[in-house]
Ligand binder design. Structure first.
Ligand code: ZN
Length: 685
């Protein structure tokens, strides 16, 4: 049997001709002869398909998202507006295409900002509307972001594309979400807080943007878990795409990337000089030796990338060429993306995109972020570098500090004994003290510091004293000895002026008469590690002005800065350079019996506070005693003020000459003014 169908354009008045189809089919020979004769042996029919029939019957050329995007996507909100160009973000086309591989049901992207993933996800949304329709849901971190992206990116994509425009019927918004009704599917655009209220409509395509920014809900499951449940009914044909700049190791994107993904891909680039494919790593981003100022590196574009296989040094333009030549390689199998997909058919695939792959991020910007942290030493800057540039999580090592780890820092010295010289070279630059003021007593730490920026230090003694006069005795009247009977005296003591109600005035009065004492006020964050406030009057609620004789210089201290420094020092292994030593924890009674020293309490208090990388602050979650921790912070402040980091050990001849001309020690020791004090004195004039 043969069947022929011809299509003709019928002449109509409308500008768009409607195709006419003609169908002819031979009549089987066993049919009645009269019928065969009447029709000339053929059945003949002319007909038209309706618009709807034609839309359904149209042969769909299946297009990959990367091909589709270049044809149909116009980008408005970008530094390079206009038609989507795969060449700008060379790592995205194959990533988008992989999401449409038959086995893949989830894509997980851990990335730096400015890597254009949000745009890539919108391409996937548009491609789905055209090629794999079904209810879609896009979730952003907050309402404003959702509304902005809806207005500036999603709607314009549909309006600007000839292909997508015909699906539009008009958008309807409601309270908990923004809903776009297309002719053949619906798109829900929501935000983390609205997911729980969005009901349980099933979705085929789910896009979760910046999941690490979703606020945590205490009452119910996380927004991403709730959203992911919606895709269950579309199993086998669903796609979830979640991506974020990472935050902490326990954050959703890092957990998904490291634990959930069945395959993890890195973008390997190709050196334009030697042609060797390689993974770009931060260590090969270089800048001229000796340049340490982040602003200079950024301003003069000093950073470059050192090829790992040849002497070529890539500037930003060469880096872009190297990235363009690259491809995705799976971490475990070493296979190229599509070879891996064909071979292993993973369901969930993960991608890692550090900032230095992006056309929008210069190598000098990356170096700048790193040097800024090196210069400031602030955890905030380290976190920024790790998350935003390396696209790696912040590691909460500090939160896991254990009492055993603190006690491992004990050396052999008995309590109260200063470490002596080794081969006649003195180890100790100065003794300092930190005093935590309580309503009825003081906690104190006396610590010996070495010379130079390593700041090796030794706990000499810590404990409790009841009164100011007991403090005087401990700090100024006692000489501390090393094993060879050399004498050491406390050179600076920092005391908390805000420790207890009613104590502030007493602390000021005490400090005013003791040149080595410094009044301290802790601030969680400020622009400089230490700010100086010269005070002339005692605080007085009734407003009467009583002069502080001689005045007091109050030190307002950024405790986040010094606590983070202290945490880093505590993480140094025993015996490593810059170690933070404790004295021995074994004490001997007169009877000769051994007993444990005070250090168990000390260790417990040193572990009370943990760093919260979200608030970027040190917190005391269980409200445990932390007096010795505060004392040690104040010891660091005292060492900072004495500038011990910048001091070198004295050489022997100078020391001998000094010993010969030694004058008797004054009753109340004096010290030179610190730079901060000098500045404050000047500003008072
Ligand atoms: Zn090379």
């Amino acid at each position: 049997m043969t069947l022929t169908m011809t299509t003709m354009q019928s002449p109509t008045k409308s500008s768009r001709p409607v195709p006419r189809h003609e169908l002819s089919m031979p009549i089987p020979a066993w049919m009645p002869k009269a019928l065969l004769d009447r029709c000339g042996g053929k059945v003949h029919s002319v007909f038209r398909f309706s618009d709807a029939e034609r839309a359904i019957l149209r042969k769909r050329r299946s297009e990959l998202p990367s091909v589709w995007s270049e044809k149909n996507r116009i980008v408005r909100m970008s530094s390079i507006p206009g038609p989507w160009q795969n060449i700008i973000t060379p790592y995205l086309p194959s990533l988008m295409d992989a999401l449409r591989f038959p086995s893949v049901e989830m894509g997980i992207v851990c990335k730096g900002p400015q890597t254009a993933i949000t745009e890539g996800a919108i391409n996937i949304l548009g491609h789905s509307a055209d090629h794999a329709p079904g209810p879609a849901m896009v979730v952003y971190a907050d309402k404003d972001t959702a509304k902005d992206i809806m207005r500036d990116r999603i709607m314009p994509m549909f309006e600007d594309s000839k292909r997508l425009r015909r699906y539009l019927t008009g958008a309807v918004g409601d309270e908990s979400t923004i809903r776009v009704n297309l002719r053949h599917m619906v798109i829900f655009v929501g935000w983390a807080g609205s997911v729980a209220r969005m009901g349980s409509r099933p979705v085929r395509l789910l896009i979760l943007d910046e999941v690490d920014k979703y606020p945590e809900s205490r009452k119910e499951a996380s927004p991403e878990a709730l959203a992911e449940k919606r895709t269950i009914t579309w199993r086998g044909r669903r796609l979830t795409l979640k991506f974020s700049t990472p935050t902490v190791e326990t954050g959703p994107i890092w957990v998904a990337f490291t634990e959930e993904a069945h395959a993890r891909f890195d973008w390997h680039v190709v050196c334009p000089e030697c042609g060797v494919m390689q993974l770009m790593v931060f260590d090969n981003i270089r800048w001229p030796e000796g340049v340490r100022d982040p602003e200079v590196v950024l301003k003069d574009h000093l950073a470059y990338y050192q090829c790992a296989h040849c002497p070529a040094q890539w500037d930003d333009a060469v880096r872009d060429i190297a990235v363009r030549g690259g491809q995705w390689i799976e971490r475990a199998s070493g296979l190229e993306l599509f070879t891996h997909l064909e071979t292993h058919r993973p369901g969930k695939i993960g991608f890692h995109i550090p900032a230095w792959l992006s056309y929008f991020v210069s190598l000098s910007e990356v170096a700048h972020a790193f040097l800024r942290w090196k210069k400031s030493g602030r955890l905030k800057d380290l976190k920024d570098f790790m998350n935003q540039y390396k696209a790696e999580p912040w590691q909460e090592i500090r939160a896991e500090r254990q009492e055993d780890g603190i006690l491992a820092l004990c050396d052999e010295r008995p309590r109260g004994i200063v470490p002596g010289p080794i081969n006649d070279v003195p180890r100790v630059a100065a003794l300092v003290a930190g005093i935590d003021t309580q309503a009825a007593y003081f906690r104190y730490v006396i610590r010996a510091f070495g010379w130079g920026e390593l700041e090796e230090s030794w706990l000499v003694q810590c404990g409790t004293v009841p009164t100011f006069s007991a403090l005087d005795e401990l700090l100024w009247k006692v000489a501390y000895l090393d094993a060879q009977k050399n004498e050491y005296r406390v050179r600076a003591a920092v005391i908390d002026a805000m420790g207890a109600p009613g104590r502030t005035k007493q602390v000021y009065a005490w400090c005013a008469k003791r040149p080595l004492a410094m009044a301290f006020q802790g601030k969680q964050n400020q622009a400089t590690p230490i700010a100086y406030s010269p005070l002339e009057f005692f605080p007085d609620a009734r407003g009467s002005k009583i002069k502080i004789p001689g005045g007091v210089l109050l030190r307002r201290v950024d405790t986040t800065f010094f606590k983070s420094d202290l945490a880093e020092k505590l993480a140094t292994a025993p015996g490593d350079p810059g170690c933070f030593w404790l004295h021995s924890n074994i004490a001997r009674r007169r009877s000769g019996a051994e007993h444990e020293n005070i250090l168990l309490d000390y260790a417990r208090e040193m572990c009370a506070e943990v760093f919260n990388p979200e608030t970027l602050a040190w917190e005391n979650p269980k409200q445990r005693a932390n007096h010795f921790w505060d004392c040690e912070v104040m010891c660091l402040v005292a060492a900072w003020e004495l500038g011990l980091r910048h001091k070198r050990p004295p050489n022997k001849e100078k020391q001998a000459a000094k010993a010969q001309s030694k004058a008797p020690a004054p009753a109340m020791p004096k010290r030179n003014l610190t730079p901060g004090e000098r500045l404050a004195m000047r500003s008072r004039r």
